[in-house]
Design a protein around this ligand. Structure first.
Ligand SMILES: [Zn+2]
Length: 323
């Protein structure tokens, strides 16, 4: 008799037959480090806190102890400037973060730098523009310069977030020319989504929601898988070492599609701020066990084909997996 339940006879049997396993080494923790040193709960992402430069290494050490191999770093500046040139200062806040983490955690903990103009420009736009027209070359060149500053300070991976065309090519050649040919490029490919909003609110210095030319112009149409793959093709042809699909839960099919098209390219998926908030809210206000929901979502992302997952819940997930 054919019984599909035989291979579910015990927990060990279930583990034995799994083609895919989620482990802490699949996880990348994302942190927000504030230049003003203030530590408090992020209003748009309840449960997640801003860190000071002093606390960041302590938390990263905990991540290492849990088996998490990498961290994605978002620096929240005290002040931004008109053209974002603040990013190129040798002693900028971002360089301090990388130097501190490298010194405290050593070479074996992977530091990923999120690189985008909105982190530095007063307008908080992801690209340069003139009369409503995006200046691709100028933006990509600047992103290349920022990447070199971050690599020089200790970043192992550059993750360009602006999604402007040509950014991967410019960053790759800027890194190579500066002697950082061992620094990887991890390229975000994002679909249009309201799930980024809690993150924007966490990063902005302005009281009102960010407007203007942000990365929405470059994100791909949510229902158009071909547009998404075109972007993946371009970034891989320009030298991306990793691809990040973002958000994760609304793009499980795209994760699978990228995995099938580029099986040898390391593939990450980003469980973004809105996904974080959904899990937290359901855990608090619905009759849902947050831990189970978290593991269910991460497992589905892994099953879809992601080799690694960026998550604000990475520490919590790693703790659950360790048990
Ligand atoms: Zn941006």
């Amino acid at each position: 008799m054919r019984l599909t339940t035989r291979i579910k006879k015990s927990k060990s049997m279930i583990r034995l037959v799994r083609p895919t396993e989620l482990t802490p080494s699949d996880l990348i923790y994302s942190i927000f480090v504030r230049e003003d040193g203030r530590k408090f709960q992020i209003p748009s992402m309840k449960g997640e806190n801003y860190l000071s430069l002093t606390d960041a290494p302590k938390l990263c050490k905990k991540a290492v102890d849990l088996g998490i191999p990498a961290v994605m770093i978002f620096g929240v500046l005290k002040k931004k400037d008109a053209d974002g040139s603040i990013a190129l200062r040798k002693n900028s806040f971002h360089t301090k973060i990388f130097r501190t983490l490298k010194k405290e955690l050593g070479d074996d903990f992977v530091l990923i730098s999120n690189v985008c103009l909105c982190d530095y420009t007063a307008e908080e736009f992801c690209v340069y523009s003139e009369k409503g027209k995006v200046l691709n070359e100028k933006t990509a060149e600047m992103l290349g310069k920022i990447a070199v500053v971050h690599a020089d300070a200790g970043a192992d991976v550059i993750a360009p977030a602006a999604m402007c065309d040509g950014q991967v090519k410019h960053i790759r050649s800027a890194l190579d020319e500066a002697g950082f040919d061992d620094v990887s490029v991890m390229s975000y490919i994002k679909t249009d989504s309201c799930l980024f909003q809690p993150f924007f609110e966490a990063m902005t210095l302005s009281k009102s929601p960010r407007q203007g030319i942000d990365s929405s112009k470059f994100r791909t149409d949510i229902i158009n898988q071909k547009m998404f793959m075109q972007k993946v093709d371009l970034d891989i042809s320009e030298g991306a070492d990793f691809i990040i699909v973002k958000p994760a839960l609304t793009n499980l099919d795209l994760i699978l599609r990228v995995k099938q098209a580029y099986p040898s390219t390391p593939l990450a998926a980003y469980q973004v701020s809105g996904e974080y908030a959904m899990i937290e809210l359901l855990g608090r206000h619905a009759h849902v066990d947050k831990k189970i929901l978290l593991m269910e979502t991460l497992s589905s992302i892994k099953r879809a084909g992601a080799d690694m997952i960026l998550s604000y819940h990475a520490m919590e997930a790693a703790r659950i997996l360790k048990k």
